[in-house]
Design a protein around this ligand. Sequence first.
Ligand code: FES
Length: 175
Amino acid sequence: FSNLKAADTIKVLGPLGNGFPTDSKSTILIGGGIGIPPMLEVAKQLEGEKIIVLGFRDSDTFLAEELESYGNVYIASEDGSIGTKGNVLDAIRENDLNAKRILACGPTPMLRAIKKYAKEKGIECFLSLEEKMACGIGACLACTCKSSDIDSHSKVRNKRVCTEGPVFNALEVEL
Ligand code: FES
C-alpha cells in the first residue's frame, strides 16, 4: 500500500463473513482501541436505543465525537486522563449502564471480560473476533477460533472467523 499512488487500482474481495445484529433492542456498543472504528458503522445501522462505551489507553481519543451523534458516549482510559480510570467494564459499572444486549469489538482480553460480565448479568452478547486470515472464504482454516460445541463435520471445537464470524454470540466461542 505504501507504494500506491492516488488513482491506482487495487483488487478488493469483500465484504466477507457476517455482521452484528442491528434489529431494535436496547444495546450497549463497546469498542476498545482498534475495535472502535467498526462500531461507528454499527452505531449508524443499529435501530433502537444505544449506549456507547469506548476504551482508550489515554486522552488521545478518536471517533468519540462522531459516535456522539448516535447515542450517549462513555469513555474509559487506562491512565485515567479522560473518563473513567480503568477499562470499559469499569465505565459500565461506574455509570450503572444497562441494556438487553451487548455488541463488542476490541482486544481479546477485553472481549473475554465482557463475555464473563454478560454471562453473569444474563445479557445477550455478540463479539467480533480478530484472527489472522489467509483465504478469507472458509477454505484454508487459518482463522479458526475455539467454539463451545463440536463441529458435526470435522468433530472438533472450531469455527472459522472469516466465514461463521467474525461476529459470534459470546456463548458460541471460547476466548
Ligand atoms: Fe481461510 Fe478463514 S481465512 S478459512
